[in-house]
Design a binder for this molecule. Sequence first.
Ligand code: MN
Length: 637
Amino acid sequence: MRFRTLLMELKSYNKNIKEVERVKQAYKFASEAHKTHRRASGEHFIQHPLNVAYILTKLKMDADTIIASLLHDSIEDSNVTLEYVDRTFGKEVAMLVDGVTKLTELKVKTIEEHEAENIRKMLMASTKDIRVIIIKLADKLHNMRTISYLTKEQQQRICNETLNVYAPLAYRLGMAGIKWELEDLSFKYIEPEMYQKFKEKFGKKRSQREQEIKAIIKILENELKNHNISAKILGRPKHFYSIYKKMIMKHRTFEELHDLIGLRVIVKDIKECYGVLGTIHNIWKPIPGEFNDYIAMPKENMYQSLHTAVIALNQPVEFQIRTDEMDSIAEEGIAAHWKYKGIYGNETFDKKLSWLKQMLEWQQEADSTKEFMDYLKVDFFEEEIYVFTPKGKVIHLPKGSCPIDFAFAVHTSIGERCIGAVVNGRIIPLRYELKNGDIISIMTAKTANPKRDWLKMVKTTKAKSKIIQFIRASQKIPIGALTKKLSVSAREDGSLVEIKSIAKPDVKFAKCCHPIPDDEIIAYNISSNKYSIHNIECNKIDQKKRNKVILARWKENPSLKIIIKVFAYDRVGLFADILNTVAATGTNIDPAKAKAIGNDLVECSFGIIPEDLEQIKYIISRIRKIKNIKSVYIDNA
Ligand code: MN
């Protein structure tokens, strides 16, 4: 692709000469930075940022986004610094580039773990500015379009990650256009033979089919003309992966799949949408149960449209009816929304992103990697239903949810005390599968508790994790491991570490690298007397200002109570094993706690007063040998 092509596309919607000049400057800069790089395809590397920027101009994104996309790989791949980008292209661009820049190589980590860390970093940046995720998706899309040049193994790993993370993210953000393409590309490389079969069956334009579609469009056009409605009527592109998913879910064979006709009608306003709906139902018989009003009830990702299906010319035909604006929001989602409304200080927009913030909050305690990826997967792909509280508040739930899911979605305390449910005025069992439009009221009792059985019924992550959390908290702790002899306050006079020439520093262990007594450490000055202690190898330190870093070391004889935290994949007897292991070293424990995090991870924490540094090292090394342990670290300094 030529830079000129990008410029033309940009100028078609951005007439600001200054901004166009900045884009030119960014292109020059990026070409220089990538001068010696080639892609796996053999092309000059600059083709990649150029294509990513082009995808973003198609979404009509602003100049800062285009500039950041041109620069998005410069920091990783050349010796350009973020400070330089900041000085040359401004704060916003630097922040966007930083958001999509991967963390520098982390030691002792698998590719998957490294990827998970990068995704988390990118999502964090996106909660501050959603354009980060939009650039990342465009980046992913171009990489997927050129994935044929990679090895088989790389293709499999990247396609899986695309299906599990990026396509759902695109869906959540309402960017259906990108979502479909990411899915169909992944499908092509993961199931190449099946993909070919789909292409033959659904991809080709077959003349008879074309004739039928034309005939239906003609009938509708004429009828709409009589009602003075001018509409664009289009055939809908087929998305192989979504048909494939339905085939798997409904246990159909490939031969049983039908090539359904789907049409889209685009009109100027909402009133006309309903007008078109009425007209269609007037000409052809609607199929019961196939009508959905996503205009009155938008999906959580902002999607709006009327859906119906009718029997026309002896076959089922699906219609989507929407306005132009709804159509671009359906295809471009948050990117379109960003353009129409801007993002700052827009309450609805913030609400749309609350799921992202909430997910990151749930995640803060977990030690990233696997659980984090699991969190991303769950709930994302599920088809949505909407139900109501007795007061008429809409609650969105994944399809297959039961009243317990609903109860937890309304409030944790309602979920925990739930004893029964009334749906549409009738008492129903708790395992009942909720349907669109159900009105639900939950019966509660003060003394009621979550039951283990519920885990088999619930569908949402929230309900599941709350139930596990409750069960875990009520489990018994082995006797003997606990003791109250301890008088903590008398000995709590110091810290685990000392910092060179600082008398009484206020210190905390950094959460990025969790130093433990075998690591060499440094202190990073946060403000006046506040320091965070990092592993000397922590890569976050590189990004921080070196002049704020001071030598630190572990005290040989610390005298204070410390809290040790353990993350582990849950299994029967795990908590008891941990406590018994510590007790076996002759150490007293107080207090000890355990709670569930996510579906299968548990966090245990316990306090000890160590004799010396060696004892801490010994305890940590013993705990690490217990089966299912993921990580062990010290919580306070
Ligand atoms: Mn890239």
